[in-house]
Design a protein around this ligand. Structure first.
Ligand code: ATP
Ligand code: MG
Length: 503
């Protein structure tokens, strides 16, 4: 059987970066082929070349055994190769249906007018097949990241593809949504569609892949069958060394003074009567299902959304926070889960992004000193977080997804806040860098900072938190100590509202 896609000695350079060097890769019909590698290894670049977004410098791509050279995504789509991008590429001001069928909208009888009803019906059909409960007329900019991700997937499914590339499709999805996506993938597979799958979630590997290809530093390492290979072996190939994965030691929680206290906070339907206290030196985990209200609590405390009632106390003193700059002035920082909308100025360079939230510190210096100081700060964080960039003046949008996430972290570390809300801090971050970030969070806590970590990954919450608050439908449904918490006890609290209502 000839492969659906076969890549030979493919290379690609960007200014200052050797993104891919003599890569080989092969995809069979009906196969799920996972591509793994650290942040910046070259995964997305390879996918963009296959999908006609970038052109290769050298090498060969065979499609059905024939050499091809897609000069645009449209051309690739027409040939049946479709990609779901890592960074969502939706039009925020258009509806779900309009996004799905952009450029291919059904026309009325004379071909002049857009047939809205037909458009919405077509979109509804695909969404229903995915078991996704979304209104085709909803404006995409108002949706959560998870829903936007579903729209991106629905859009890709609306093309009858033979090759479907999924670049980190699950990074913003919850377990139920991931299960649904996997059901769709299996269905496509049984119809002979070839799927290239990228993810940093190691547990997905065993669930969904047939084969795995590992890239490292833009080079091909190996292709193995998923069933016969241990996850540790794959990690070893990715990072080229054995990972020490000892959990960072916990601080003795609850001994520090209270850094932040929130009392009876109300802010919209997802923040109802929320109270909690956060101590210096502590990592407080916020667990719950998507849409439980964890992000909304952080945003309300940070002044990003208006508060209806309730009190916020910083070191025992009642404060009024109306805007994010009020919050920052009080020493409160918030790393958004949605880095594209709130976290980064992607058109600006690495160093500007890192110092951005702390401009006052740099403005007090003379021009020359400022330059040198900014460069020194940027260089420090680039090496501390192992940010893969050709220089401190590279535009952030040109970095890989995981490296952009590291810039968000650097930016808030530089601001040096006493209280930090980390919202899904390791989304899109590779396994090796993840444990580095865990160590970093722990050392921040050890330095006396007070940290809230919002995460949808239960193992991460369990591993990092000194204490865990669980939310459900806008309310705190319980609190667990690190020693008593288990995945089961968290899930019970995360779904508790139903039983409470029934009682
Ligand atoms: N358009 C571009 N211009 C310049 N450099 C780029 C561009 N796109 C990617 N790069 C660089 O190429 C390298 C590979 O990036 P790529 O996005 O393929 O990594 P990745 O494996 O997908 O990583 P991640 O897991 O973080 O998504 C990185 O060093 C990145 O900075
Ligand atoms: Mg990528």
């Amino acid at each position: 059987m000839i492969p659906l896609i076969s890549v030979k000695r493919l290379s690609k350079r960007f200014p200052g970066v050797r993104a891919l060097h003599e890569i080989q890769f092969e995809l069979m019909a009906g196969e799920v082929h996972t591509v793994m590698g650290e942040n910046g290894a070259g995964k997305s670049t390879l996918m963009k070349i296959l999908a006609g977004v970038y052109t290769r410098d050298s090498g060969e791509i065979l499609y059905d055994g024939q050499p091809v050279d897609f000069s645009s995504p449209r051309e690739a789509q027409a040939m049946g190769v479709c990609i779901i991008h890592q960074e969502l590429q939706l039009m925020n001001h258009l509806s779900v249906a309009q996004n799905m069928f952009i450029g291919r909208e059904p026309r009325g009888r004379l071909g002049l007018f857009l047939d809205e009803d037909k458009l919405n019906a077509q979109a509804r059909e695909i969404l229903a097949r995915m078991h996704v409960n979304l209104d085709p007329r909803a404006i995409v900019g108002t949706l959560t990241v998870a829903s936007q991700q579903m729209v991106e997937i629905a859009k890709a499914l609306s093309f009858d593809s033979r090759v479907l590339i999924m670049d980190e499709p699950t990074s913003a999805l919850n377990d139920a949504e991931i299960a649904e996506l996997f059901r769709i993938i299996r269905e496509l597979k049984s119809r002979g569609v070839g799927i290239i799958y990228i993810s940093h979630k190691m547990d997905e590997l065993k669930q969904i892949s047939d084969r795995v290809t590992v890239l490292r530093d833009g080079e091909y390492v190996a292709t193995v069958t998923a069933r016969d290979t241990r996850v540790e072996a794959i990690i070893g190939m990715m990072v080229g060394r054995a990972l020490t994965d000892a959990a960072p030691s916990r601080s003795v929680a609850g001994t520090g003074e209270v850094a932040l206290e929130v009392k009876n906070l109300n802010a919209g339907p997802l923040v109802r009567d929320v109270s909690f206290a956060l101590r210096k030196g502590e990592i407080l985990g916020f667990a719950g299902l998507m849409g439980a209200g964890r992000t909304e609590v952080a945003r309300a405390v940070f002044g990003a959304d208006p508060i209806e009632s309730g009190e916020i106390l910083v070191k025992g003193v009642k404060v009024t926070i109306r805007t994010p700059s009020d919050a920052v002035a009080r020493g409160i920082g918030y790393l958004s889960e949605d880095r594209k909308r709130f976290g980064l100025a992607t058109g600006m360079d690495v160093e500007s992004n890192i110092v951005m939230s702390n401009l006052r510190k740099f403005l007090s210096l003379s021009v020359f000193l400022r330059r040198a100081q900014i460069r020194r700060t940027a260089t420090h964080f680039i090496s501390l977080l192992a940010i893969r960039t050709p220089s401190a003046t590279q535009e952030v949008r040109l970095l890989s997804g995981g490296n952009q996430q590291k810039i968000v972290i650097a930016k808030w570390l530089e601001r040096d806040c006493d209280v930090l809300f980390f919202d899904e801090p390791t989304r899109g971050i590779d396994v090796g860098a993840k444990s580095e970030i865990y160590k970093l969070l722990r050392s921040l806590a050890d330095e006396g900072k007070a940290i809230v970590m919002i995460s949808s990954e239960l193992p991460e919450i369990l591993r990092m938190s000194d204490r865990i608050v669980v939310m459900c439908e806008g309310r705190i449904t319980g609190e667990l100590s690190a020693t008593e918490a288990t995945q089961e006890s968290i899930m019970q609290l995360a779904t508790q509202r139903e039983t409470l209502k029934a009682a």
